[in-house]
Write a protein that binds this ligand. Structure first.
Ligand SMILES: [Zn+2]
Length: 80
């Protein structure tokens, strides 16, 4: 049985601010907002966590304040 509560319980919080400042900046600006339907609006109050082996950075859209979710793929760690 899977509930939303269990989903949340499976989150493993990570320290977003432990990242390289340039990387932080990139994640904070390179966003997609479902609500605004626009890229690059930026997010605030970022929170990084791991869930089911995937990394996510969740924050609030700078424009509308709705939740913005970025899923990190391996590619994000590779190049440059
Ligand atoms: Zn928005």
């Amino acid at each position: 049985m899977t509930t939303d509560q269990e989903m949340n319980d499976n989150r493993v919080l990570r320290d977003f601010y432990a990242r390289d400042p340039e990387e932080q900046q990139l994640f904070l600006t390179d966003t997609w907002c479902d609500h605004c339907q626009q890229v690059g609006l930026g997010m605030r109050e970022p929170e990084e966590y791991e869930l089911f082996g995937l990394l996510f950075i969740e924050g609030k859209c700078c424009q509308c304040g709705e939740t913005v979710l970025t899923e990190l793929t391996e590619d994000d760690f590779d190049d440059e």
